[in-house]
Every structure is written in structure tokens, then in C-alpha cells.
Design a protein around this ligand. Structure first.
Ligand code: TGC
Ligand code: FAD
Length: 395
């Protein structure tokens, strides 16, 4: 097992700020990923398969919704939550994605917007991984602009009829329950828990991806699906409820992408020391050192940012735009890191026998989902200027 950190991956000695419990949580998650997932990931990624058999084991380690409390949930601090996501994504973005969706996009909305009955029924099963969930917001024609959604929720007696399609949905095929966002007759966006097996509800798997290959991605098809009154998340009213869930997942991505970056960086440093060209190891050449110095600098900045972000989240004062800044910065930092490390590895950088190429491909999707890099740029632009630039001003 590798040590918790090496001098160059904890350059500013942030480990000194961690509690013993946080260190143990990190080490447990890392040992699990190294033993159970890493040896299989290249093949899984090549075959386009998520390791479904690991779902209960990840639940047993408390990796789903670790910062939520009550209903048997651990209620850990947000730094511990972040470290877990970091270690999962150090393995593969697909592992972190699974946990982000299960915890941040399925358990969180039930915990925040659900009835007591919904919470008691679903949260314990989702926490252990006995049940899997997915989150359906994006549609074929509405990605960055979910407010344009076409999925409809029509009242039908004491229940509802749902109709529409959701696309690019993580865990779509694996999920026992889908959190589906739809607009009602009054134009209000509402959230529903839609169970697999209901008449008219089908899913299909999306194939031929060049990214997030060890992750299940699919579509949700809702053809006049009747759901009972108890499927409605009563506390979720308006688009803001769906967007509030994204804050959780974006937070976990901000931490997770640091894991991808560290995996690539460690691999490139080791490779540069061992690979001899011309007169010696490529680590001795200034152009290699510049790449590593640039990466180190960006990693340290991202680490410091995350430690503060966790404090703000624990204090309950965090703002969505603070999360956007971290998601945007850390995804770009990790992608830049993976690109530079891939160059250091030369041809081996595109081989799945090394980790860097796989992380690089994954990070292209991570830069795009949960709000594209551009959308987070505009969120920050709005935070600075007070003016939203997503759409033309309404006349
Ligand atoms: P806008 O008018 O700005 O907002 C509507 C209402 O929502 C509030 N709000 C938020 N509340 C909490 N958290 C946030 N992050 C919020 N963002 C906005 C806002 O205050 C407003 O409230 P109220 O009370 O005034 O009604 O909405 P808009 O339609 O203009 O859109 C704004 C924009 C572009 C920022 C938003 O649509 C957006 O974030 N778009 C990006 C879509 C996105 O990120 N989709 C992600 C889908 S899930 C996913 O990708 C999972 S991948 C996971 C994985 O596998 O790891
Ligand atoms: P578009 O919105 O069509 O954007 C295309 C380009 O236009 C982007 O570069 C974008 O930045 C740019 N653009 C858009 N609007 C503007 C603007 N106003 N100004 C400037 N530029 C703009 N969604 C879910 O609901 N649940 C999931 O579980 C889920 N999982 C996903 C898993 C994967 C692997 C992927 C790839 C996506 C997933 N998504 C999920 C969807 C994801 O959230 C969307 O892909 C994302 O929000 C972007 O939407 P889009 O792909 O339709 O791109």
C-alpha cells in the first residue's frame, strides 16, 4: 500500500490539519480502491463496464452521503466527505461519479425535500448500496439550460402522470429509483421518485463513450408513467430545488478531481525518474521539470482551496458560486495536469497499462457535467457583476 502522502503531493503539509479520524477515513478509502478497484480498472474501462459488485462494499465503507445525518447516516464533516471523493477519483472518475450521484443527487434530495416516510424507506437502503439511484435533470435538448425542460408532470386524481425523456443520466440502467425533475401544469418544476418497473418507465444504456467508460450512463424514457402521490418530493418546488442538489455533487467533484490529478502526477514523477533518453532520466531535463513545477503549483492551490471550502460548508455559510469556483478551477487543473503528465509518459501515456490516459479521457466529461466550464465561468461572472449572461435579456 502506498503511503498516505508523499512530500511532493502534500507540499504545504496540509496533512497536519487533518484529524486522526480523517486520516483513517482517507486511508481506508484508499486501501479499498487500491485493492479492489485499481487492478481491474483498465479492463473495466476498456470494456465499458462499471464494477457493480463493488456497490455494497462501497456502502459498507460509508461512501454514500457521508455528510448526511439521521436515519443511520454517519453525519461526517465535509473534509472527510471530500477526502473520500478524492480517493475514489484517484482510482477512476467513474467510482466517484457513482458515489456523487448516489449520495449528492439521490440521498440528498430525499433527505432535504422528502417526507418522513420517503426518508425512512429509501435512505438506509441507498446508504448501504442495496438500492441504487439516479438523477434525471438533463434532457436531449436541455443540458446547460435545464429550465427549458420539456418533461411534464400532470395531476391525475391523487397521483401524477409523468411524460418526457432524460439523457446522459449516470446510473440510469443500474438504478432502482430515479429522481426525476418535471414541470407541472402551473409551470412549477417538481421532483419525483420514480421506481423501476412502473408501467411506461424504461431506461437505455448509452454506448460508444470515449470518457467515463467505467460508469453507467443512459437515458430515462417516461411514457405517460403514473406515479402515486407519495412519489412527489413535497419540499422540492421550483428549479432552485434541483439546482440545490447540484451543489452537493459539484462539491464532491471539486475534491474528486484533485484525486485524478494526484494519480497522474505521482505516475509522471515516477516515470520521469525511471525513463532514460539521451544522457539520462527525462526528469533531469528542464522542460520536464517545468511541467512538474506547473502541476505542483496548481495542485497546491487546489488543495488549499478545498480545505477552506470544506470549512465554509461545515459552517453552513457556503454559497453556490464558491462551489462553482472550486468545481471550475479543479476540473481544469486536473485536466491540465493529466494532459501534461500524458506528455511526460510519451507513448505510454495513451496506454491503459498506465493510469494517466484513462484519467485524461475521464476528465473531459467531468469538465462538462455538473455545469460546463463555461457555465461556471458565467456563474462567477454573475457573482462579480450582478448580471446574468446565460441568456439574452428578456424584453
Ligand atoms: P436561475 O434563474 O439562475 O435560478 C433559478 C432558481 O434557482 C436558484 N439557484 C440555485 N439554488 C441553489 N443552488 C444553486 N447552485 C443555484 N443556482 C440557481 C436561483 O437563485 C433561483 O432561485 P429563485 O428563488 O430566484 O427562483 O436559473 P437559470 O435557468 O437562469 O439557470 C442558471 C444556471 C445556468 C446557472 C443553471 O441552470 C445551471 O446551473 N445550469 C447547469 C446545469 C447543470 O449543471 N446540470 C447538471 C445535471 S446533473 C449532472 O450533470 C450529474 S453528473 C454527476 C456525476 O456523474 O458525477
Ligand atoms: P450544452 O448545454 O448543449 O452545451 C454545449 C456547449 O455550449 C458547452 O460548451 C457549453 O458550455 C456551451 N454553452 C451553453 N450555454 C451557453 C451560454 N449561455 N453561454 C456560453 N456557452 C454556452 N445529467 C443529469 O441530469 N444527470 C446525470 O446523472 C448526468 N450524468 C452525466 C454523465 C456524463 C458522463 C455526462 C457527459 C453528462 C451527464 N449529465 C447528467 C449531463 C450533463 O450535466 C450535461 O452534459 C451538461 O450539463 C451540459 O449539457 P449539454 O451536454 O447538453 O451541453
Amino acid at each position: 500500500m502506498s503511503p498516505a502522502t508523499s512530500p511532493f503531493t502534500d507540499f504545504y503539509r496540509l496533512d497536519e490539519l487533518l484529524t486522526d479520524e480523517e486520516k483513517l477515513i482517507r486511508q481506508t478509502a484508499r486501501a479499498f480502491v487500491e485493492k479492489e478497484a485499481l487492478p481491474r480498472l483498465p479492463r473495466l474501462w476498456e470494456e465499458g463496464r462499471f464494477p457493480e459488485d463493488l456497490i455494497p462494499a462501497m456502502g459498507a465503507l460509508g461512501l454514500y452521503g457521508p455528510s448526511l445525518d439521521g436515519y443511520g447516516l454517519p453525519g461526517l464533516g465535509n473534509r472527510a466527505y471530500g477526502l473520500m471523493m478524492l480517493e475514489l477519483e484517484r482510482g477512476d472518475s467513474g467510482l466517484r461519479s457513482f458515489a456523487s450521484v448516489q449520495g449528492g443527487l439521490v440521498m440528498y434530495p430525499i433527505h432535504r425535500f422528502g417526507t418522513e416516510e420517503q426518508k425512512r424507506r429509501w435512505l438506509p437502503l441507498l446508504a448501504t448500496g442495496e438500492m441504487v439511484g439516479c438523477f434525471g435533470l438533463t434532457e436531449p435538448d436541455h443540458g446547460s439550460d435545464p429550465g427549458g425542460m420539456e418533461t411534464r408532470a400532470r395531476r391525475d386524481g391523487d397521483g401524477w402522470i409523468l411524460h418526457g425523456n432524460k439523457m446522459w443520466i449516470t446510473n440510469a440502467d443500474l438504478a432502482h429509483v430515479a429522481v426525476v425533475w418535471a414541470r407541472d401544469d402551473e409551470g412549477v418544476v417538481r421532483g419525483f421518485l420514480v421506481e423501476k418497473g412502473l408501467a411506461g418507465f424504461t431506461t437505455s444504456r448509452m454506448e460508444m463513450k470515449m470518457s467515463l467508460r467505467a460508469s453507467d450512463t443512459g437515458e430515462l424514457h417516461l411514457d405517460e408513467v403514473r406515479v402515486p402521490a407519495g412519489a412527489l418530493l413535497p419540499g422540492a418546488e421550483g428549479l432552485g430545488a434541483a439546482l440545490a442538489c447540484l451543489n452537493q455533487a459539484r462539491y464532491s467533484i471539486a475534491w474528486g478531481t484533485l484525486g485524478s490529478a494526484l494519480a497522474c502526477f505521482e505516475e509522471a514523477v515516477a516515470y520521469a525518474g525511471a525513463r532514460v533518453q539521451f544522457d539520462g532520466p527525462i526528469a533531469q531535463y528542464q522542460l520536464t521539470q517545468k511541467k512538474l513545477a506547473d502541476i505542483l503549483t496548481e495542485i497546491v492551490k487546489a488543495q488549499v482551496l478545498l480545505f477552506r471550502l470544506a470549512e465554509l460548508k461545515d459552517a453552513g455559510t457556503i454559497t453556490p458560486s464558491q462551489i462553482s469556483l472550486a468545481k471550475r478551477n479543479n476540473c481544469e487543473m486536473a485536466l491540465m495536469t493529466a494532459r501534461l503528465c500524458r506528455q511526460v509518459l510519451g507513448a505510454n501515456g495513451i496506454s491503459l497499462e498506465y493510469q494517466t490516459g484513462r484519467h485524461l479521457c475521464n476528465l473531459e466529461a467531468v469538465l462538462t457535467y455538473e455545469g460546463t466550464h463555461d457555465i461556471h465561468t458565467l456563474i462567477l461572472g454573475q457573482a462579480v457583476t450582478g448580471v446574468a449572461a446565460y441568456h439574452r435579456a428578456k424584453e
